[in-house]
Design a binder for this molecule. Structure first.
Ligand SMILES: Nc1ncnc2c1ncn2[C@@H]1O[C@H](COP(=O)(O)OP(=O)(O)OP(=O)(O)O)[C@@H](O)[C@H]1O
Length: 958
């Protein structure tokens, strides 16, 4: 931050000028043109960004393509006059009291609210300002309020100057109406004439020696007490200082680079005085406006309040508050190529063009700033880049039709933000000089008064008298006309009241309709709640169904398990039974064998076989019956239970289906109800509510009346016109206030009431759509799940039926036990084997018996032969030794006589006879026995041979 030296040798800080943007609401013209809002101001207070959408895009794309400008403060249409004053003017006002020169500028295209912001409603209502009062009236009031609470003496003066087409006019000059006002000229301070210094550097260099210099002050200080009482008692109203005095004052303002020659400064002692001056100036401006079309939007005005505030006794600090209402900026942005021609035609404002260039140069810190190229920039030289504290309010329209101008205004505003000033406290005036000027002024007024009094009556020049008589006459006619107009206005007013009543009725109707809508909405909400309940029920049923499904699945699993268990058990049972049967069979075979061993015959074996067969048949049929019974029981059980389960399931499924159908029917009904209501509402809003724009109605009423009134009032004299205007404006503001409060409030209220409802309603609609899609999804899921369950049940039913029929077939295919036995080849083969074995055994036995009998016969024969031989030998005396053998065969004797040659034969014989008497224990035994018997036979043959041989031996011995 750069600095310069102040009066105290301190460095003055560089300070950026404060830039604010004020965006008004759409005006009637913009609404009628259906021009959309393109300027967006964030909803937060204290925001510094403003965006404008210059494209045709809408929604997010519009936001993305918007141009954003950054300033210090942005105010949306809701910002009222009080807020603007508080945020922008009040901080400067504080500095103004401290002694700084301050400037507030309003810049923007025509009809964006520059005058509204700067002046607003300047009239007093019961001695007080209205809410629509702008910055100037508020500053005047605040100034006196503040100063009256302080001890220091003060003097306040006001001036009001207008710049049109590079021509300055004193709006407070009495000669304004008859164009006899004094010509104003700009002078560079200290130079006494307009000089073209060309740059601010030069202009600064050309500044006269500072009056604020302490040495200068000391020279000028003289004691001349100026008290508050003087200030208050004297009550100087509109006292006019001489040109010379003004000149002196400007000379004494060392930091004013320019001053205006002949511009009158009026001393005011109250805010009301200030307001009167303001009103006078505005009235004079209006005279010009009526003469020149579109004048107001092309002229600049500067209302200056000069404060002389007591400072350290003998000196007064001088500070100025410049309140600048600039011309409409559209003239610049539209200039373009034709700007030279347009300028010639007077439509381009040279001052504004230069102001733009000055702003650019200052923002870009150019070495040359073209202050001197226009009167406006010369006047504002100190406020822009000088020693003044400055705030710029850029006023914009929100409508699309003005977007080009709005962009240009915002561009200037954001550029201007970079301009830096060096505010300094340097301006002082000697107390005695100030007192002198005021005293002289007072003396002049007093002498005027005195001369009037000495003439006993009112002194007036002939010319003035004539003028007054003329005025009086015309006033009389005016009064008559005014009376008529008042009557007309009253009737119009009553018409308006009628309209208001009609609007109220319409409002009431709409309120009722809204009420109905609310009722319908609440009905719909109830329906929605019911739907929710139904949905919950459905969800519960679905979960029940799912649990039933899982339980039936587990049931099916259990059945399958049971079936497996059953099969295993059957297998076990059958295996055990068959084992038992086998054991029994073995026992029986054993028994048969025993029986056979015990000497059974054919009949016995057959009998045993029959018994065996019978038992096997019994066992088989028993097993068969048991299996059959088990299967039957099991199948019956399954057949009994399965249909019940399926029935329950299908009942449940049907129930769920019917509930779903009901729910869907209900939902569809409700949805169609809602859509119908929505359409009705939409139609209503489209056809009635939005079309029946109360704001439009209100404005059209007001403006119709206003125009009518204005037309009627046009012919009246200026004074009466002022009165009429006041009346009309009062009416307008009253109407606005009353009708707005009556209509807008209701509409706002209704809209406020309605907005959340609409939001809610839209939310519910979305919710319904969501519900619908969820329900559809749920329905399809449930249906698919149900069909899955059904198909699962169907397939399991088929499977079970198949298994049942299979089991049945198997059971049916079982043959009778006897047939099984008959068809059982193994059993038959075994039995045949047994019989064959039995037969062969019998044959073997028979043969053994026969051979034994042969042996016995041979033995007998042998015995006989031996006996005969022995007898024959005995009879022979040489054979004495043989007498020991002359007894029948003694087994014991043979056994004990080991050396007897007959012993093996006898043993063999005994052995064979043992064999004959012994029945083999088992078929193997019998086989063994058979082989034994064969070996026995062969042995016997061998023994016979040995016998023969022994006999031979014996014979040989003998
Ligand atoms: N912020 C606002 N709030 C309410 N009314 C506004 C606002 N701004 C402007 N207006 C209204 O808009 C109309 C035009 O405003 P105004 O005369 O102040 O515009 P302007 O910029 O000074 O125009 P011009 O350059 O032609 O003098 C006036 O009736 C004024 O009351």
């Amino acid at each position: 931050m750069g600095t310069t030296s102040t009066e105290n040798g301190e460095d003055a800080e560089e300070l950026n000028i404060t830039v604010a943007v004020r965006c008004r609401g759409r005006n009637e013209r913009e609404i009628k043109a259906r021009s959309s809002v393109v300027v967006s101001v964030p909803d937060v207070t204290g925001s510094s960004q403003v965006a404008i959408n210059t494209t045709d895009d809408v929604g997010i794309t519009a936001q993305m393509n918007s141009k954003t400008y950054t300033v210090d403060k942005v105010f949306d249409p809701s910002a009222n006059q009080t807020l603007i004053f508080k945020e922008i003017a009040e901080p400067l006002f504080g500095d103004f009291l401290k002694g700084y020169n301050c400037t507030v500028l309003v810049y923007g295209m025509t009809s964006t609210g520059k005058t509204y912001t700067m002046t607003g409603d300047e009239k007093l209502y019961n001695g007080e300002l209205s809410d629509s009062a702008g910055i100037i009236p508020r500053i005047l009031f605040k100034l006196f309020e503040t100063l009256e609470t302080q001890d220091e003496d003060y003097v306040i003066k006001c001036s009001f100057v207008e710049l049109y087409n590079e021509e300055l006019k004193d709006l407070l000059d009495d000669g304004f109406e008859n164009s006899t006002m004094k010509k104003l000229r700009i002078y560079d301070s200290g130079c006494g004439s307009t000089s073209n210094s060309g740059s601010r550097k030069n202009s600064r260099n050309n500044s006269p020696k500072l009056v604020g210099d302490p040495s200068v002050n000391r020279r000028r200080m003289r004691t001349a007490p100026l008290t508050n009482s003087l200030n208050k008692q004297q009550q100087l109203s509109q006292s006019q200082l001489s040109h010379q005095q003004q000149y002196q004052q400007h000379q004494q303002d060392p930091h004013a680079s320019v001053y205006i020659q002949n511009l009158q400064d009026f001393h005011i002692t109250s805010a009301k005085d200030g307001l009167k001056l303001l009103q006078k100036g505005l009235k004079n401006r209006q005279v010009a406006t009526t003469k020149m079309n579109d004048f107001s939007s092309r002229s600049h005005t500067i209302f200056t309040i000069t404060l002389y505030k007591e400072h350290e006794g003998e000196m007064f600090r001088v500070s100025k508050m410049n309140l600048v209402d600039l011309a409409g900026s559209e003239n610049i942005s539209r200039s373009g190529a034709q700007h030279q021609r347009a300028k010639e035609a007077g439509s381009i404002n040279q001052s504004l063009l230069t102001l733009g260039r000055v702003i650019n140069s200052l923002a870009d810190k150019s070495s040359h700033v073209p202050f001197r190229e226009s009167k406006l920039t010369r006047l504002l030289q100190d406020s822009l880049g000088g020693n003044t504290k400055t705030a710029l309010i850029a006023t914009v329209s929100p409508a699309k039709i003005n977007s080009e101008e709005t962009c240009s205004t915002l561009q200037y505003a954001s550029k201007a933000k970079n301009i830096k000033n060096r505010p300094q406290l340097k301006s002082f005036i000697m107390k005695d000089i100030l007192v002198k000027s005021i005293t002289a002024e007072l003396a002049k007024i007093k002498s005027d008064l005195l001369s009037t009094k000495t003439r006993e009556g009112i002194y007036m020049s002939q010319e003035n008298y004539k003028e007054m008589t003329n005025d009086l006459e015309s006033y009389k006619t005016e009064v008559q006309e005014s009376k008529r107009i008042i009557e007309r206005l009253s009737s119009q007013n009553s018409l308006l009241l009628k309209d208001k009543r009609a609007s109220n009725e319409v409002n009431e109707l709409q309120r009722l309709k809204l009420q109905n809508m609310n009722d319908v909405m609440s009905g719909l909400y109830e329906k929605l709640d019911a739907q929710h309940k139904k949905e919950q029920e459905l969800a519960e049923m679905t979960s029940n169904l799912k649990s039933t499904l899982s339980s039936s699945q587990s049931l099916v699993k259990e059945y399958v398990k049971k079936e497996e268990q059953m099969t295993q058990r059957m297998q076990v049972i059958l295996g055990d039974e068959f084992l038992r049967f086998r054991e029994m069979l073995i026992d029986n075979i054993e028994r048969i064998k025993e029986n056979q061993t015990k000497g059974g015959n054919d009949e016995n074996v057959k009998h045993h076989l029959d018994v065996l067969k019978q038992e096997v048949i019994e066992l088989l049929s028993m097993a068969q019956n048991r299996a059959e019974k088990m299967y039957k029981d099991w199948i019956e059980k399954i057949l009994e239970e399965v249909p019940n389960i399926f029935q329950t399931l299908s009942d449940k499924v049907d129930h769920v289906n019917s509930v779903i159908d009901n729910y869907y029917n209900g939902l569809a009904e409700n949805l169609s109800d809602i859509s119908e209501e929505y359409n009705n509402l939409k139609q209503y809003f489209n056809e009635h509510f939005f079309k029946n724009n109360h704001e439009d109605l209100l404005y059209s009423h007001i403006d119709k009346t206003y125009h009518r009134l204005q037309l009627s009032a046009d012919g009246l004299f200026q004074k009466f016109r002022q009165m009429m205007d006041d009346h009309l404006k009062d009416n307008k503001s009253l109407m606005i206030q009353s009708l707005r409060s009556a209509t807008t409030e209701i509409i706002d209220k209704e809209m406020q009431l309605f907005d959340p409802q609409r939001k809610k309603w839209e939310d519910s609609f979305n919710l319904i759509n969501q519900c619908d899609s969820i329900s559809n999804g749920l329905n399809s899921e449930i249906k698919s799940a149900l069909s899955g369950i059904k198909s699962t049940f169907g397939s399991s039913t088929d499977m079970i039926n198949q298994s049942i029929s299979k089991v049945k077939d198997e059971v049916n295919s079982y043959e009778g036990a006897s047939k099984i036995l008959e068809h059982n080849e193994i059993v038959q083969r075994k039995i045949a084997d047994i019989i064959i074995k039995d037969t062969s055994l019998r044959n073997g036995l028979q043969k053994t018996l026969e051979s034994s009998e042969d042996h016995v016969a041979a033995f007998d024969r042998l015995k006989k032969h031996i006996r005969e031989t022995v007898i024959a030998e005995i009879n022979t005396p040489s054979r004495v030794k043989m007498t020991t053998l002359n007894t029948p065969i003694d087994r014991k004797g043979l056994q004990s006589t080991e050396r007897t040659p007959l012993k093996p034969a006898i043993l063999q014989l005994n052995h064979c006879s043992d064999n004959i008497n012994t029945v083999p224990q088992s078929p193997f035994k019998s086989q063994q026995c058979k082989s034994n018997s064969v070996s026995c036979v062969s042995k016997r043959h061998q023994d016979n041979d040995a016998w023969e041989e022994n006999l031979n031996k014996i014979s040989r011995l003998e």
